[in-house]
Design a protein around this ligand. Structure first.
Ligand SMILES: Cc1ncc(COP(=O)(O)O)c(C=O)c1O
Length: 416
């Protein structure tokens, strides 16, 4: 293609376009093989996948911007909020759907800043552990809120006392994760929420990752530390349907204890010649398919389906941990609470964890890199590949070279 041909002069037949797309995606992760982690949550459910494809086709072109034109979308969003509120122990109407965890977090930070505005706070800050997802730093950066990051305790969980020490009159929000991404541990939410309510401040639980798994984990009889609206002082919560809710991408929920708080998300405007414009999330035009897809996933699975998937995730997680811990030179970091963990080389083992990761990469596994080692996030389908993983890991432990120095986590910066 020459520069003059960058913009196609003529359209191409659909078959030719698809052929090119096939070539383009040849280098993408084949998530169906079960060797992808954290970017795709493989539900191991062909019927669910088929259903979501149909729903995606039905709602591909609809626009949730104007609720009066698409009452079906309003109904589905309201029902999703109500179902999640029921699951997490709060009021059925106090929340909205968003495009993902990052947007839910933006909206929660915006709401806290807006409450701070009403109280006359001009230089607001939020207080989090240093293990919170980068979405908080990003929200603070965009919304011009100071982000006070506090080191975690020795058990890798947020330190409520250290957080309390940096709270001041300008603090508009304290945050805990359930669980945090790097180590999969749940922060001490009751203590963080108590610090927040002691200061008359809001408290957000980032359950983007755990929100759609922890309720089932608890019902399976696994130990689950308190994390949701049953904890006094928790005022908002984010939970992603496009993670362990098994919906397709573009679906998360932000929920509030007090329905008055969600009102802070409204933006209403009439100072232009285009008539009254209003929206309650950051997008203007809002894709309909993720709303319908999330609604369909929850209706299709129901509590029974989610419990079945959670049991599969639990069993697969135990098997992955076993595969890692069967090597004296490898250790899981901390005491992860859920379905994700980091593992690294033990001191004096002589293992180069980056080199181990390189061999796993060559065998098609896509583990994320963190400063402390490799990161695994388990989905239901992984139960089928854990034996292969164990074999490849054992090989990698014995036969690996020096690390090629790859450092890329799951978050989009490429290296080597
Ligand atoms: C704990 C946690 N919070 C927030 C997010 C951000 O979610 P998203 O990538 O959907 O914006 C993630 C993503 O993995 C996460 O693990």
């Amino acid at each position: 293609m020459t520069d003059a041909e960058i913009f196609p002069t003529r359209g191409e037949p659909a078959a030719a376009v698809l052929e090119q797309l096939g070539t383009l995606r040849a280098g993408d992760i084949d998530w169906r093989s079960g060797r992808a982690f954290s970017l795709v949550y493989h539900p191991d459910d062909a019927e669910l996948e088929e259903l979501l494809h149909t729903v995606g086709r039905w709602f591909l072109h609809e626009n949730a911007l104007n609720p009066f034109k698409y009452p079906s979308l309003v109904t589905m969003e309201a029902e999703l909020v109500a179902m999640a509120a029921d699951l997490f122990g709060t009021v059925p109407k106090a929340g909205t759907l968003s495009s993902g965890g990052t947007e839910s977090i933006f909206l929660a930070v915006h709401t806290a800043r807006s409450v701070g505005d009403q109280r006359g706070i001009v230089a607001p800050n939020i207080v989090t552990a240093d293990t919170v997802h980068p979405a908080f730093a990003k929200a603070c950066h965009y919304l011009r809120v100071e982000h006070r990051r506090v080191p975690v305790r020795a058990d890798l969980r947020a330190d409520p006392e250290a957080m309390a020490a940096v709270v001041d009159d300008d603090t508009v929000l304290l945050v805990g994760s359930a669980p945090c991404y790097p180590y999969g541990v749940i922060d001490p939410i009751p203590e963080i929420a108590a610090v927040a309510s002691g200061h008359g401040t809001l408290c957000h639980v980032d359950a983007c990752l755990g929100g759609w798994l922890l309720p089932w984990w608890e019902r399976l009889g696994e130990p689950v530390a308190p994390w949701d609206f049953r904890v006094p002082g928790v005022t908002s919560l984010s939970a992603d349907l496009h993670k362990y809710g098994y919906a397709f991408k573009g679906a998360s929920l932000v929920l509030y204890r007090d329905p008055a708080l969600v009102q802070h998300q409204w933006f209403v405007y009439d100072a232009w010649p285009g008539g009254l414009y209003g929206s309650i999330t950051t997008a203007g035009t809002r894709p309909a398919a993720p709303i319908a897809g999330a609604w369909a996933a929850v209706r299709f699975l129901g509590a029974e389906g989610y419990l079945r998937k959670a049991a599969q995730v639990r069993d697969a997680t135990a098997a992955f941990r076993q595969a890692v811990e069967s090597h004296a030179g490898l250790a899981v970091t901390g005491s992860p609470d859920l379905s994700l963990f980091e593992f690294g080389a033990t001191p004096h083992s002589g293992l180069d964890i980056g080199g181990v990761g390189d061999v796993l990469d060559e065998r098609g596994w896509n583990l994320d890199r963190q400063p402390g080692g490799l990161h695994l996030m388990v989905s239901p389908y992984h139960v089928h590949v854990v034996e292969d993983f164990g074999r490849d890991l054992a090989d990698a432990v014995v036969h690996h070279g020096r690390s090629r120095g790859r450092t890329a986590g799951y978050g989009g910066i490429a290296d080597a």
